[in-house]
Design a binder for this molecule. Structure first.
Ligand code: SAM
Length: 233
């Protein structure tokens, strides 16, 4: 059984996390996938991350944080194989679901961390390593007393910006209007990130599972896209 460790480095202080630690129910197929397919696609949180070595090629690297069951990541990786894709998700059933799909389509341009994305970004991803960061429908934490759990906060955006290469992109999507405003305010604290039309992003965002649920409930979806320009360009 592969150890899917939740942390990659000792923490000095317990941080407020953007997720709850519930395991969720694994189907037998997902459980088998986590045991047998993890060595093919899974990354060790304790080991350094070297994209060229992991993917055995050089290609722009797109990161998706909180990919859920992985549908959007899978679709992008299938339709645009010229990119390398890194997915980070804490929810093991979602990871198992994606592993099964990666095997079904025999994709070799996706790798996965099953861990807290904040820790992986901080500890494993080199500055300027990413061509794009996608965060689609992060948990909205709608109650005011839970807003501190929201992933998109100024400190997080500042770290994400450092991990983007010059001219790299940040793509956020949410179906919670007040979270969209919070996202815009958080990104506005980072002068290197400039808003752009979402139509400039390739590959485009596929519809996600969480989004479909929001649309059924009548929610309005907001996409926010940014480019990193350093030095006042
Ligand atoms: C609301 S769901 C959206 C899933 C997917 N993006 C979609 O649109 O269907 C948010 C996901 O983010 C994951 N998540 C939340 N915080 C995370 C973190 N710090 N690191 C990795 N995954 C996280 C959750 O486990 C959950 O699957």
């Amino acid at each position: 059984m592969v150890e899917l460790s939740q942390t990659s480095a000792p923490r000095l202080k317990r941080r407020i996390q953007s997720f709850v630690g519930r395991e969720g129910r694994l189907t037998p197929a997902q459980k088998r996938a986590l045991e047998t397919l993890w060595p093919l696609y899974g990354l060790d949180t304790q080991a350094p991350f070297d994209a060229d070595r992991v993917f055995c090629r050089q290609a722009p690297l797109i990161l998706e944080i909180g990919f859920g069951n992985g549908e959007s990541l899978l679709e992008m990786a299938r339709s645009h194989p010229q990119f390398n894709y890194l997915g980070i998700e804490v929810h093991r059933p979602g990871v198992g679901h994606l592993l099964l799909a990666l095997k079904r389509y025999e994709l070799n341009n996706v790798r996965i961390y099953c861990a807290d994305a904040v820790e992986i970004l901080r500890e494993r991803i080199r500055d300027q390593a990413l061509q794009r960061i996608n965060i689609f429908f992060p948990d909205p934490w709608p109650k005011k007393r839970h807003h501190k759990r929201r992933l998109i906060q100024p400190d997080f955006v500042s770290m994400a910006m450092r991990k983007l290469q010059p001219d790299g992109f940040l793509h956020l999507a949410t179906d919670w209007p007040d979270y969209a405003r919070t996202m815009q305010e958080a990104v506005a604290t980072c002068p290197a990130l400039h808003p752009i039309p979402v139509s400039r992003l390739h590959p485009a965002r596929p519809r996600t599972k969480f989004e479909k649920r929001g649309l059924r409930l009548g929610h309005r979806v907001t996409d926010l896209a940014y480019i990193k320009h350093v030095g006042g360009l």
